[in-house]
Design a protein around this ligand. Structure first.
Ligand SMILES: Cc1ncc(COP(=O)(O)O)c(C=O)c1O
Ligand SMILES: Nc1ccccc1C(=O)C[C@H](N)C(=O)O
Length: 401
């Protein structure tokens, strides 16, 4: 078996990418779906921004290099263009800034505005909490009788009734790693006059996303997971070109204005998705994300997906014998089309198992109530790492038995 894994690693077209990350010795880091590892080039970039651009050039950095598009003002747009490639969007459909939660509020507000005669936001009952809270809060704030209707993900297509304004879904479930069929759900929603809002937190950078191909209306996602932008990295927002002229910005700030330094008395939004940038761009964290995204520059996204599936297949295969000896139940679909880039198991004592695994340097996540979650990152994992992780799980389960 080990020979087979070594052969897979020897043939891995992405093997060289690992050297572009800083990872601690002796750790198998299976938590890039919560906080991605640090790309090696980030500290130097931040040092340049801190000492040169902030320390020396000071206020001039907002506009210095504008002719080459290197000014701080254009930084959100440069980062947006890099994200666009990873999510199958055009650069002018993407904006970067704020958090995923805040961006969710903006696009959901726009979607509800574009579908004014309907009052239901349909969502997966098990959606990530922030998605549920933002939708609930926005509905209450609007004070027009909006209802957040939570149904099991599998029933979404059957629940697209004429009262539904928007469907809010996370493409890859944060607990089980189950991936929804974005194109099919979007087509079904559109057939019923429903707009779609996709949360790509566990998709962007994990595999190629095709928002345009799917015909999606709106999307958001995190900068700090598979995009490796660092803790609290700015998030992204996608608005399909056809909605841009009509999509209102619930938070209309001066940095989303068509010409911020004109200081006009009334708001005139930028024509592109830049209108969804609200206030002053977070230059330090945007710079880290900008450099982190360069890691993807020479990456073929088909290779990324193929390797992700090979890693998760290998993990599932090597874990199978443990499932016969211990109370472990696979929670992730075997079907490739329904899988993201993580594998999860249910275990009655999952919290303790994960604490012990972490103690051994196998870092994954426990998710309430009983989920052991292992995130695989095709840019910095080898098949040998997968085997090390399984040996760690075996040791912990044997210790606990
Ligand atoms: C599906 C999903 N949406 C959103 C978030 C996070 O949103 P924020 O970055 O605003 O905390 C996460 C993880 O924290 C997530 O898993
Ligand atoms: N942003 C965080 C801050 C602190 C701890 C975890 C997170 C996560 O991102 C969790 C992740 N969304 C998850 O799917 O579990």
């Amino acid at each position: 078996m080990i020979e087979h894994l070594l052969t897979l690693d020897a043939r891995d077209p992405l093997a060289h990418k690992r050297a572009e990350f800083t990872l601690p010795e002796g750790v198998v880091y299976l938590d890039g779906n919560s906080l991605g590892a640090m790309p090696r080039a980030v500290p130097d970039r931040l040092a340049r921004v801190l000492h040169g651009e902030w320390g020396e050039a000071l206020i001039r950095s907002w506009t210095a290099g504008a002719d080459r598009g290197e000014d701080w003002m254009a930084l959100p747009d440069r980062v947006a263009a890099k994200v666009a490639r990873l999510i199958g969007a055009q650069a002018h459909e993407v904006a970067v800034g704020d958090s995923t939660s805040v961006n969710l509020f903006k696009v959901l507000a726009a979607a509800l505005h574009l579908n004014p005669d309907r009052r239901v936001i349909l969502t997966d009952a098990e959606n990530f909490p922030t998605d549920l809270y933002v939708a609930q809060g926005l509905g209450e704030l609007l004070g027009r009788g909006h209802e957040l209707r939570r149904v099991p993900a599998r029933e979404i297509a059957a629940q697209l009734t004429p009262d539904v304004a928007a469907v809010l879904l996370t493409e890859v479930d944060y607990r089980t790693g189950e991936r929804l069929d974005m194109a099919a759900v979007t087509a079904a929603a559109h057939a019923q006059g429903v707009l779609t809002v996709w949360d790509l937190a566990h998709s962007a950078g994990a595999f190629p996303v095709d928002l345009r191909g799917a015909g999606a209306d709106f999307a958001v996602g995190c900068g700090y997971k598979y995009l490796n932008g660092g803790p609290g990295a700015p998030a992204f927002v996608f608005v399909a070109e056809r909605h841009l002229p009509h999509a209102p910005t619930a938070l209309s700030g001066w940095m989303g204005h068509a010409d911020p330094f004109e200081m006009e008395r009334s708001y005139r939004p930028a024509e592109n998705a830049r209108r969804f940038v609200v206030g002053t761009p977070q230059v330090l964290s945007l710079s880290a994300l900008d450099t982190a995204l360069d890691v993807f520059e020479d990456v073929n996204l088909g290779d990324l997906r193929a390797k992700s599936l090979s890693l998760t297949d290998t993990f599932i295969e090597l874990m199978a014998p443990l499932g016969e000896r211990f109370p472990l139940t696979l929670a992730t679909p075997l079907d490739h089309a329904r899988r993201g880039s993580q594998v999860s198991y249910r275990h009655p004592d999952a919290a303790r198992v994960m604490a012990r695994l972490t103690g051994r340097g196998i870092i994954g996540d426990f998710r309430t109530p009983d989920i052991l979650r292992f995130g695989f990152t095709p840019l910095y994992h080898s098949h040998l790492d997968v085997a090390r992780a399984v040996l760690g799980v075996q040791a912990v389960l044997e210790e606990q038995a």
